[in-house]
Design a protein around this ligand. Structure first.
Ligand code: AMP
Length: 542
C-alpha cells in the first residue's frame, strides 16, 4: 500500500524559498574582492537569485547545461548556487588553485556554457579562455565601475551587476525531478585526470539535513556561520545550503584567508561556528597567540579535509574555549561522511582520553554507511586495531563519475574511498593511511603521477617516485625520490628547476632525494608504502 503523504521533490531552490519566507531578515555579510564589506539579507539573496535565473535564461542556458564559477566565498557566488541549480542548470564550481592546463581540461570536459569569475581570477581567465571552446560567455562578478579592461579575449565578457539590473525578479523556480543534476565538482583526489562528481537535488538536500544535525556540524538559527572552506571545494562542505535550511547568519571571508583577517571578521561579526582545513586554522591560532587575541563568540569549529592534530584541538579547546569537531569527508560524499562528536560515556573520560577520541575522524552520519575490508574484500571487525580499505555507501555518495559511463568505481555497491582506516567498537573511524596515490597539501590535491611523469622527461632520470611526506604547516608536501643514470651529475636543484613552470608552482616538490634503487612488488609496482615509511618524515626532521 502506498503512503498517503505529499510527494514534494527535494530541490535546492526549496532551501532558498524557505530562507526567504522564514528567515528573510537574517543577514549575509561578505568581504568583497574589492576590499569592502557588503551586507544584505536572505530576502535580497532570493530576489537577486531570481533575477540571475532570468539572466541565465536570457543567455540561453538550458536545463542540465553547466555553468562554471571561478570565485571566492561571497554573496554573488551564493546567488549563483541557487540561481543556476534552482533553474535546472548545473553549477560547476572550478578550483582556481589548479594549473591552467587542468582548468582548461575540466571546463572542456564539463562543457561549461558560461563561466562566472571573481576579478582576482582575471589573469587565469585570460590564460584559460584561448584554450577552451565550450564557454561562449565569461561574466565578471563585479559592477560596471570595476569592469576590467580586457585585451585579446575572443569571447564575450559581461558584467554581473548589469545582468542583475537588466532582469526582473519574477521567476518561478521549476518543479524539477529531484534526481536531476544540481551541481558538479571535479576532484583531483584520484589517479589520472580530475574526475567530476555530479550531485543531484535530492542528494544535496538530504546531505543538508544530515550535516546540519546536532551530532554533525551542529547548526541552528542562532548561529553565525563563517565558511572558510572554499565554495569551490565541495560546496563549502554544504554550509551555504545548511545556512538556508536553519536560517543562520552567514559570513563570507572573500579572498582574505590569513589569520589576522579571519580573526577580525570572526570578532566583528560575532561568528559562532566556522569550518576549514587544519592549515587555515594554524594561521588563525598563530595570529591569536601572537596578539593575545581571544574568541568572544566562537562556539565550535569544524576541522577536516586532513587529519586534525591533537595539538590544534588542545589549542582551540584549552586556550580559547572553542570546541573542535573533527570531520572526514570527500568530494564524492557531498562531502560529509563522519563527524567526531562524543557519545555520553565519553563525556566523563579524562581529558587525554577525550583527545584520543577527537584524533579520530568520527562516527558515520545517518545517510552514510561504512565498512572496512581486507585485500579480498572481506569485512574486517570494528575492534579499533585492525585497519582495512574504507568503503562507504549512502544517500549522498557518488555512484559514477561524470562522463565515465562505461566504468563504475563501485565495488559490490560500495564506494572505495582510497583511505585506509580502523573502526572502534563505538563506531569511531580513524584514518591510518591512504591507498590512493595522491598528496594532500593545505587541503588541496597534488598528483604524484603528474610529477613523476615530468621528472621522467629529464634525460638523466632512470626512476622517479613522488611520495607524500608529512609537513608541519601543509600537512603533506611532495617529496621526489630519484634514481639517476650512473654517471649523471644531476643535482636536486637542477631537477627542480627543470620541473618549474611545467606544473602549478605549489605542486613543485620541496626536495629531491637521490636513491640507489626503488623497492618493487611482485607485479613490478613501486612499493610506495615502504618508501613513505622510510622517507615520510623528511620534512619534519629537516
Ligand atoms: P576531497 O575530496 O578533496 O575533500 O578529499 C577527501 C580526502 O581527504 C579523503 O578521502 C581523505 O583522504 C582526506 N581527508 C578528508 N578529511 C580528512 C580527515 N579529517 N583526516 C584525514 N584525512 C582526511
Amino acid at each position: 500500500m502506498e503512503g498517503l503523504m505529499m510527494q514534494q521533490p527535494l530541490l535546492v531552490a526549496s532551501l532558498l524559498m524557505h530562507a526567504e519566507r522564514h528567515h528573510g531578515t537574517q543577514e549575509i555579510v561578505s568581504r568583497r574582492v574589492e576590499g569592502d564589506i557588503h551586507r544584505y539579507r536572505y530576502r535580497d539573496l532570493a530576489q537577486r537569485a531570481r533575477r540571475m535565473a532570468n539572466a541565465l535564461a536570457g543567455l540561453g542556458i538550458g536545463k542540465g547545461e553547466r555553468v562554471g564559477t571561478l570565485a571566492w566565498n561571497g554573496y554573488r557566488h551564493m546567488e549563483l548556487y541557487f540561481a543556476v541549480s534552482g533553474s535546472g542548470s548545473v553549477l560547476h564550481t572550478l578550483n582556481p588553485r589548479l594549473h591552467v592546463d587542468q582548468l582548461a581540461y575540466i571546463i572542456e570536459h564539463a562543457q561549461d556554457r558560461v563561466v562566472f569569475f571573481d576579478l582576482t581570477f582575471l589573469p587565469l581567465i585570460e590564460s584559460v579562455a584561448p584554450r577552451v571552446k565550450s564557454p561562449k560567455v565569461f561574466v565578471a562578478m563585479t559592477d560596471r565601475a570595476h569592469m576590467p579592461q580586457v585585451h585579446g579575449l575572443s569571447v564575450e565578457l559581461m558584467c554581473y551587476e548589469d545582468l542583475i539590473d537588466l532582469h526582473d525578479d519574477v521567476f518561478d523556480w521549476p518543479l524539477l525531478d529531484e534526481n536531476s543534476a544540481s551541481s558538479l565538482c571535479y576532484t583531483s583526489g584520484t589517479t589520472g585526470n580530475p574526475k567530476g562528481v555530479l550531485y543531484s537535488h535530492r542528494s544535496t538536500v538530504l546531505h543538508t539535513y544530515g550535516a546540519a544535525l546536532p551530532d554533525s556540524l551542529n547548526c541552528s538559527a542562532r548561529d553565525v556561520i563563517l565558511p572558510v572552506v572554499p565554495m569551490f571545494h565541495v560546496n563549502a562542505w554544504g554550509l551555504p545550503y545548511i545556512a538556508c535550511m536553519v536560517g543562520a547568519k552567514l559570513v563570507f571571508p572573500g579572498p582574505a584567508l590569513d589569520g589576522r583577517s579571519l580573526y577580525e571578521l570572526i570578532e566583528a561579526e560575532q561568528v559562532t561556528l566556522s569550518a576549514g582545513v587544519p592549515t587555515v586554522w594554524q594561521g588563525l591560532l598563530t595570529h591569536a597567540d601572537a596578539t593575545g587575541g581571544t574568541f568572544s563568540s566562537m562556539r565550535h569549529t569544524v576541522i577536516g579535509g586532513a587529519p586534525c592534530p591533537t595539538a590544534m584541538t588542545a589549542a582551540f579547546q584549552q586556550r580559547h574555549r572553542v570546541d573542535v569537531l573533527h570531520a572526514w569527508g570527500m568530494t564524492e560524499l557531498s562531502p560529509v561522511g563522519t563527524v567526531c562528536s562524543f557519545k555520553t560515556a565519553q563525556l566523563s573520560l579524562p581529558m587525554t582520553d577525550q583527545y584520543a577520541v577527537q584524533a579520530k575522524q568520527g562516527r558515520a552520519l545517518f545517510g552514510v554507511d561504512m565498512k572496512i575490508v581486507d585485500a579480498n574484500g572481506a569485512e574486517l571487525p570494528w575492534d579499533g586495531n585492525v585497519a582495512g580499505d574504507l568503503l562507504v555507501r549512502g544517500h549522498w555518495v557518488t555512484r559514477q563519475y561524470f562522463g565515465n559511463d562505461d566504468t563504475s568505481p563501485l565495488r559490490d555497491g560500495w564506494f572505495p574511498t582510497g583511505d585506509v582506516a580502523k573502526i572502534d567498537p563505538d563506531g569511531f573511524m580513524q584514518i591510518t593511511d591512504r591507498s590512493k596515490d595522491v598528496i594532500k597539501s593545505g587541503g588541496e590535491w597534488i598528483s604524484s603521477t603528474d610529477i613523476e611523469n615530468i621528472a621522467y622527461l629529464h634525460p638523466d632520470v632512470t626512476a622517479a617516485v613522488c611520495i607524500a611526506a608529512r609537513h608541519p604547516k601543509w600537512d603533506e608536501r611532495p617529496l621526489l625520490l630519484i634514481v639517476k643514470k650512473p654517471d649523471s651529475e644531476l643535482t636536486g636543484v637542477e631537477l627542480l628547476d627543470f620541473i618549474d613552470g611545467r606544473i602549478a608552482k605549489w605542486w613543485k616538490p620541496d626536495a629531491v632525494i637521490f636513491v640507489e634503487s626503488v623497492p618493487l612488488g611482485a607485479t613490478g609496482k613501486v612499493l610506495k608504502h615502504q618508501l613513505r615509511e622510510q622517507f615520510g618524515n623528511h620534512y619534519l626532521s629537516a
